[in-house]
Design a protein around this ligand. Structure first.
Ligand SMILES: Nc1ncnc2c1ncn2[C@@H]1O[C@H](COP(=O)(O)OP(=O)(O)OP(=O)(O)O)[C@@H](O)[C@H]1O
Ligand SMILES: [Mg+2]
Length: 382
């Protein structure tokens, strides 16, 4: 299996204005990302995860060591083309619809209109947002925004995805869906690097993890290598009658003494939660929140999504469309006297015919203009 990323003796030192060393964010680390794997990059705040990610994306220069992505420098255009990136905060243009968002990012990668259409439709379907294609992303829930962010990271059909906290802010259902999506990407042969503080999420999707602390790698390996407790065994069998269990316990006691426990295995809280939601859904219990499943909750996609050209233009340019009907202004009730005045004015209001000025009137006008201009030029001199 080829390595997508290879880092040897990688160092990133931040320097201050006078070029004095300020922080060694990444301190001599060796790691690789293997083709087709999901790798978790873990570590407490400030341990160097984002700095590592930024070096992989070619956004920061390493101070030392060697770093290659697809065998070349992370700054090479070819490497960038094959990478999809979901930043920690999804930056979306809130006035664009989900469809327009993907179409726009597709155009940044120089995709043809036909290709953009195909990919946009497929991606919306893949992240469960087909039904919300024509909704503005500004009104999306956090989970929906995260999904559209994921779709956006995939528009260039990258072989390697870097996802910074992909499940942050999601409810357990959204988390599960994002995790399933990552597993689906893996099945489609993609390589994924995930950073996360949610360890159970990492445990569910990652093949391997790298744990950073203070810019150094403290542990790395597969889940099996790191998590299996080698010095104990567990046998999980269907629940047995008490006599059968007593017999087995007697056998174990012969070799292990009293140093053993017998209990019922636990399922995870996530499994339990999802089952509860699933059961409620089957019983058609109504919810005011999102419903689980691959599709987006129907209340999120209901409503009139057709819009006029004027509305679309206003939306794309970031201005609210003018309401079709102006609110009726309140007309004050006129007194009888005012009403009479108004009628009199209306009667007189004939458009006067334009007559040419006679000689004396023209003279008066010229004099007045001259006085005015003198006044202004004096004023300016002060
Ligand atoms: N631009 C910068 N200038 C100076 N120091 C920086 C800069 N970026 C990061 N650092 C420092 O490098 C170290 C690692 O930061 P980094 O952002 O990589 O951590 P992280 O593991 O991503 O943390 P978090 O979990 O909080 O996102 C920190 O001490 C941080 O202060
Ligand atoms: Mg970070």
């Amino acid at each position: 299996m080829a390595n997508i990323v290879e880092a040897v003796g990688l160092v990133k030192e931040f320097r201050d204005f006078w070029n004095r060393p300020k922080a060694k964010a990444v301190n001599d680390i060796d790691f690789e990302v293997k083709e087709g794997e999901v790798l978790g990059l873990l570590g407490p705040n400030g341990s160097g995860k984002s700095t590592t990610v930024k070096m992989l994306l070619g956004l920061l220069y390493p101070t030392g060591g060697r770093l290659t992505v697809f065998g070349s420098s992370p700054r090479s255009v070819d490497a960038k083309r094959m990478i999809g990136y979901l930043p920690e905060e999804t930056y979306l243009y809130k006035y664009l619809t989900a469809y327009e968002t993907l179409d726009f990012f597709g155009s940044l990668f120089g995709l043809s209109a036909k290709e953009r259409k195909t990919r946009t439709e497929q991606l919306l379907d893949m992240v469960g947002l087909s039904h919300a294609a024509n909704r503005r992303v500004g009104e999306f829930s956090k989970g929906m925004a995260r999904r559209i962010g994921l779709a956006q990271a995939m528009i260039n059909d990258p072989a390697f995805l870097i996802l910074d906290e992909p499940t942050s802010g999601l409810d357990p259902i959204g988390c599960r869906e994002v995790k399933d999506l990552i597993l689906l990407l893996k099945r489609r042969g993609k390589t994924v690097l995930v950073t996360s503080h949610l360890l159970s999420d990492v445990e569910d999707v990652c093949d391997r993890v790298v744990i950073l602390y203070g810019g150094k790698i403290r542990a790395q390996g597969t889940m099996e290598e790191l998590l299996s407790v080698k010095n104990s065994s567990r046998i999980t069998i269907p629940d047995l009658p008490a006599e059968a269990l007593a017999k087995i316990e007697a056998v174990i006691r012969e070799t292990a003494g009293t140093n053993f426990t017998v209990d019922h295995p636990h399922r995870t809280l996530e499994d339990f939660f999802l089952n509860v939601v699933d059961d409620a859904k089957k019983e058609s219990i109504s919810t005011s929140g999102a419903t689980s499943g691959g599709e987006i909750a129907s209340y999120l996609v209901d409503g009139d999504i057709s819009e006029t050209g004027k509305e679309k233009l206003a939306r794309l340019s970031g201005t609210e469309p003018e309401p079709e009907e102006k609110p009726v202004e309140e007309i004050p009730v006129l007194t009888e006297q005012s009403q009479q005045k108004l009628s009199a004015l209306e009667e007189k209001a004939e458009v006067p015919e334009e007559k040419p000025l006679d000689e004396s009137a023209r003279q008066q006008l010229d004099d007045a203009n001259k006085k005015l201009s003198d006044l202004f030029s004096n004023g300016n001199q002060k």
